[in-house]
Design a protein around this ligand. Structure first.
Ligand SMILES: [Zn+2]
Length: 399
């Protein structure tokens, strides 16, 4: 090969492309992969990276991340992600009270552009308030094409969406060509079981999973799929955790419906036994599932079979103080954060406690968010951007 010099050659590694895994070298010019091949077939390079004994992956994308005031921010989160080999984050974003979707899109995109060392996008979390949908077409134009709604968390104001509202969101998204993401659990049943558990004094961490039985995910997934079919809207089930839910998704996929799902490492690797060890720190929604329920095995098989399209982290860290103390209940209610002491007070409660002369306050912490745009914030942390589409010889990691 007599091609002009390239910037970098990564040699000696096992290269994972979109369709195969092979021992080869990678030539990069101008931030793009221009060739795969044996060393002697590649042009000279300014820099050679020896990857002997290593796996060479395209830049990874984590499409389920929570960044914002109560989590990692747009500076620390992407830096941590870059250390793990990620080059793009698609985070859940939330609008503030009184803000429209386009206003929120601009605000968050500005913040992320300034702070993020990685490429990023957003999904918006939409609360159960129809007026917010008015801004959806404009937000869509700005690059946000996926919107997430919750079928649970009844104790959080406006968080849990009615079937009527879900249908309205899906109708809008179907017309725009977008995707509806759903946190699928039957919120009314979880509310009922949680109240019963609290009334009976069953409020230990190990009592939590029992208030979110696996069938409530399957039921909600079925409902989401049916509403998706009715409205013609593509459905994306976030953080799938059960074999029953997967069964229903496979059925819909076999019928040709546009239904996708993701799972997370915690559902593949951990079980509800973690509640005994870690208490409230292991409380996640949906919960870790019973060790003997077959859910983990089903999710591994679903991933291997391609029915589960994505693995994502659902990264949503909070200070130990906000999750490590007290009871794991109520689930989905706003949490109280006992850690607001100024000077951090300003950041965590808007300065309320300070202005009132308090030394500390208990601050209500709202939760998650979602939107989608694109930007590039180059920096020292940003690895050479490599995306599956820029790999010339396509093929998937086999596992
Ligand atoms: Zn999440």
């Amino acid at each position: 090969m007599t091609a002009a010099k390239v910037d970098t050659i990564v040699r000696g590694g096992r290269v994972v492309t979109a369709t195969e895994v092979l021992d080869t070298s990678v030539a990069i010019r101008g931030g793009r992969i221009v060739a795969l091949g044996h060393d002697e077939a590649l042009p000279p390079a300014d820099r050679t990276i020896d990857a002997t004994g290593k796996i060479v992956l395209p830049g990874l994308i984590d499409c389920h991340v929570h960044l914002g005031p109560v989590y990692d921010d747009w500076s620390t989160g992407p830096v941590a992600a870059a250390h793990a080999g990620l080059t793009t984050l698609i985070a859940f974003a939330e609008y503030n009270d009184g803000e429209t979707l386009p206003q929120a899109t601009k605000r968050i995109a500005d913040e992320a552009s300034q702070a993020s060392v990685l490429d990023f996008g957003f999904h918006f979390i939409v609360n159960n308030e129809p007026h917010i949908l008015e801004g959806m077409p404009e937000a869509f134009e700005m690059g946000v094409t996926s919107f997430k709604i919750f079928m649970t968390y009844k104790k959080r104001p406006k968080r849990m969406c009615t079937d009527d509202f879900i249908a309205q969101v899906m109708e809008k998204l179907a017309a725009l060509g977008g995707v509806c993401q759903l946190h699928c659990e039957n919120g009314d049943i979880l509310y009922h079981l949680e109240n019963k558990a609290i009334a009976a004094g069953r409020v230990k961490p190990t009592d939590f999973p029992g208030t979110c039985p696996p069938w409530t995910e399957e039921e909600a997934i079925n409902r989401a799929i049916r509403i998706g079919a009715m409205t013609g809207c593509p459905v994306y089930v976030v953080h799938l955790s059960t074999a029953g839910g997967l069964r229903r998704i496979k059925e819909a996929q076999a019928e040709g419906q546009r239904v996708w799902t993701e799972t997370c490492p915690q559902y593949l690797l951990l079980t509800e036994k973690e509640m005994e060890k870690w208490g409230p720190l292991a409380k996640i929604g949906p919960p870790l599932r019973p060790a003997d329920g077959g859910d983990g095995e089903a999710l591994w098989a679903g991933s291997a079979g391609g029915h589960i399209a994505t693995l994502a982290s659902d990264h949503s860290p909070r200070r130990k103080a906000s999750t490590g103390r007290g009871s794991p209940f109520p689930s989905g209610a706003r949490r109280w954060r006992p850690w607001c002491r100024w000077p951090t007070a300003r950041a965590s409660c808007g300065g309320d406690c300070r202005s009132r002369g308090w030394r500390a306050c208990w601050r209500r912490i709202p939760r998650a968010s979602s939107v989608s745009t694109r930007a590039r914030a180059p920096s020292a942390w940003a690895p050479t951007p490599i995306s599956p589409s820029s790999i010339q010889s396509p093929s998937p990691p086999s596992r």
